[in-house]
Design a protein around this ligand. Structure first.
Ligand SMILES: O=C(O)CCC(=O)C(=O)O
Length: 300
């Protein structure tokens, strides 16, 4: 089967691999080890399926009210000519009680409290996304460049809002990339960048995923997801998304967790977080610089 990763068409066995599954009932020290070794955890059935499907219903109705879908759409198979919408910080959807239920589920707090060996805290800001056909969620990046002013123990949790198969454009993670020795120079340059200060367009490192798999000799891992499954990544783990090769719109949301006693990136907390205010303003004014130019100056 052929997939599209960034600008490239790729054979599954070429630079893609199957993601390793983990389960919430496994021993927490084992899961901690696995996260630290692989840079990610694909936790199956962390959140009750019924809660995820309730959020899906709300999101479907919300988008349907904006005439996003074609007439033959159903909640199981939403179709659209241009179904990609980014709802970062859009509280009418991110803070809808059915979304908050899955974004801040007690099962997640229990899990992260065990993992951190102390109470867990989450940003007030949340992200909800839909991705239409022929489109993709993100290019290859590390989350530190967007949220690196606080805890370095911050973890991203990506939540499929419904079933997501490989042809529906799921997230991909570069195996063991969070501390890979071949990526040290990239961590020491790109990984120290702050999009709101350095004003780099997009913030993505590359849309050429194979340059990173060639450099590290590791694969981009991907899976098929049922409602209730989640993917957790370290802030230095390279991740991105497969292109949505299906005609079904992909629904997801993402949320951050960190140890409560660690310092927190204040762009993401409070009633109305400032988020990327400075970066977005610079973008409107055409002041953000291209990543290619920044990479040249960093020598990576
Ligand atoms: O939704 C996606 O495919 C990627 C999301 C992502 O990059 C993130 O949550 O940090």
């Amino acid at each position: 089967m052929v997939y599209q990763l960034g600008e490239q068409k790729v054979d599954f066995n070429n630079i893609l691999g199957e993601i390793k599954s983990s389960y919430p009932h496994e021993d927490i020290s084992l899961l901690y080890e696995r996260l630290n070794t692989d840079g990610y955890l694909c936790l199956r059935q962390l959140i009750p399926q019924s809660d995820v499907l309730n959020a899906r219903k709300i999101f479907y109705e919300y988008l349907n009210n904006q005439d996003i879908f074609t007439d033959d759409s159903t909640i199981e198979e939403p179709r659209s000519e241009n179904g990609s919408c980014f709802f970062g910080g859009k509280k009418e959807i991110t803070h809808h009680p059915e979304f908050i239920k899955i974004l801040e589920h007690p099962n997640s707090f229990d899990f992260f409290t065990k993992l951190f060996e102390e109470p867990a805290r989450t940003y007030d800001y949340k992200w909800v996304r839909s991705v239409g056909k022929n489109n993709y969620g993100t290019e290859a990046h590390m989350d530190i460049v967007y949220m690196g002013r606080g805890s370095k123990n911050l973890l991203t949790m990506w939540i499929p809002v419904g079933k997501i198969t490989k042809d529906n454009g799921p997230m991909v993670v570069l195996d063991k990339s969070h501390n890979h020795p071949k990526l040290k120079k990239i961590r020491d340059t790109y990984g120290r960048m702050d999009v709101d200060k350095d004003l780099i367009k997009g913030g993505w490192f590359t849309n050429n995923y194979s340059e990173l798999s060639r450099l590290t000799k590791t694969k981009w891992l991907v899976g098929d997801y049922d409602p209730g499954d989640v993917l957790i990544v370290n802030i230095y783990t390279f991740h991105g998304s497969l292109r949505n090769n299906s005609d079904k719109v992909r629904f997801t949301c993402d949320v951050r967790f960190q140890p409560e006693s660690d310092s927190i990136d204040n762009r993401w907390i409070g009633e109305n977080p400032i988020a990327h205010r400075d970066w977005w303003k610079a973008d409107k004014e055409g002041k953000n610089i291209e990543i290619e130019k920044a990479r040249k100056s960093w020598g990576v």
